[in-house]
Design a protein around this ligand. Structure first.
Ligand SMILES: NC(=O)c1ccc[n+]([C@@H]2O[C@H](COP(=O)([O-])OP(=O)(O)OC[C@H]3O[C@@H](n4cnc5c(N)ncnc54)[C@H](O)[C@@H]3O)[C@@H](O)[C@H]2O)c1
Length: 338
């Protein structure tokens, strides 16, 4: 196994809502090298509300007891200035979990002030070259708000995570075709992370009996592809919450780890990569919203992949999801600015 580089300065990684369910799985992924690779030493900065500092202490004890060679330190704080004052990568996890019966508007209302305060803290206390990964319900709108209140921070520094949606599509396609999910590639998701997320398998391929074929051809069921598959993926989080009364934890952390490895070019993908990034108007998505797009990564910098030509059916769905993003952005701004 690769050894941690003892000469390298540890990477300082901030996690917000760190006493929560998603963070509980994520910290172990980071500490064992699943996010930044097996050679990068890590200091974790765990930020949560004062009432949950005991949980953070318990988490730190568990992490220490794992004896991960990469983990060089754990800092725990309810102080936003301390948390945001010295880090290189932040996972800004939303604190309002999805619950049965909760409306999307309620989540926007709960998240907007929190991500405003994260944006203000980034602006005041953080270096301008940090990378910020935003995750959780309404993540694309949360990123928009966070970046708006951190105006001197380049927009390229911010991304949201589309990988869980991609993994969910891959898992369903694999199930339908009776193959392992690793045989499925080139799934794309566009738009918002909501009931309008666009699952696009028009370019996806699958290996069946050692031959790579188009997923569309292998499935050959237009209704399943256009309606049933997106509906399963969009309902997935509700299904999990209904069963275990909390959000997805392990699968969310795995998606965050994959996103990180792509973003920092730690692994070279065999497939399209998708992320939530600021729109430049590509594919008819309005400018000034954050949307899932296929992206290319070079030297840890993303650019929107503009070489794809989605079908008219997919284009219409992307535009619909873009309209929802505009509405959510405007709702969040109205809450914050009156
Ligand atoms: N869409 C999906 O598929 C999916 C999957 C998993 C998680 N999620 C989302 O990810 C987010 C995190 O989920 P979770 O299960 O970890 O939530 P959780 O309820 O387990 O944890 C939330 C944490 O946030 C903390 N918190 C509350 N207010 C805070 C504040 N002002 N500042 C900092 N921390 C604060 C709480 O103390 C708690 O530790 C939620 O939005 C959840 O819905 C979405």
């Amino acid at each position: 196994m690769a050894q941690a580089d003892k000469c390298q300065r540890p990477l300082r990684v901030l996690i917000t809502a760190a006493a929560g369910h998603v963070a509980y799985s994520l910290v172990f992924m980071i500490a064992k090298g699943a996010c930044f690779g097996p050679k990068v030493p890590i200091v974790l900065i765990l930020y949560d509300v004062p009432e949950n500092q005991d949980s953070l202490h318990g988490l730190a004890v568990e992490l220490n007891d794992c004896c991960y060679p990469l983990l060089n330190g754990i800092e725990i704080t309810p102080d936003i200035q301390l948390a945001f004052g010295n880090f290189s990568v932040a996972y800004l996890l939303a604190s309002s979990p999805h619950k049965p019966g909760i409306q999307r508007g309620d989540l926007i209302e709960a998240n907007a002030p929190e991500f405003k305060s994260y944006g203000e803290a980034l602006e005041k206390y953080s270096r301008k070259n940090v990378k910020v990964i935003v995750y959780g319900d309404c993540m694309n709108t949360n990123l928009f708000i966070c970046s708006k209140y951190a105006p001197s921070m380049p927009q390229e520094n911010f991304t949201t995570v589309a990988q869980l949606n991609i993994n969910r599509v891959k898992a369903q396609v694999a199930l339908k075709l009776g193959v392992p999910p690793t045989c499925v590639r080139n799934v794309i998701v566009w738009g918002n992370d909501s009931s309008t997320t666009v699952c696009d398998i028009s370019k996806a391929k699958v290996i069946i009996d050692e031959n790579e074929v188009k997923v569309k051809k292998a499935i050959d069921d237009c209704n399943w592809i256009q309606h049933e598959l997106p509906s399963i993926v969009q309902r997935r989080e509700d299904d999990i919450v209904d069963c275990q009364e909390k959000s997805a934890g392990i699968s969310a952390a795995k998606a965050l780890a994959q996103h990180t490895r792509f973003l920092f070019s730690i692994c070279v993908p065999r497939s399209y990569i998708c992320m939530g990034v600021f729109s430049d108007g590509s594919y008819g998505v309005p400018c000034d919203v954050v949307s899932f797009f296929p992206v290319c990564i070079e030297d840890c910098k993303w650019t929107i992949n503009k070489n794809l030509s989605p079908s008219q059916f997919i284009r219409d769905l992307i535009i619909l999801s873009g309209c929802e993003l505009e509405q959510e952005r405007d709702k969040a701004l109205a809450i914050l600015e009156g």
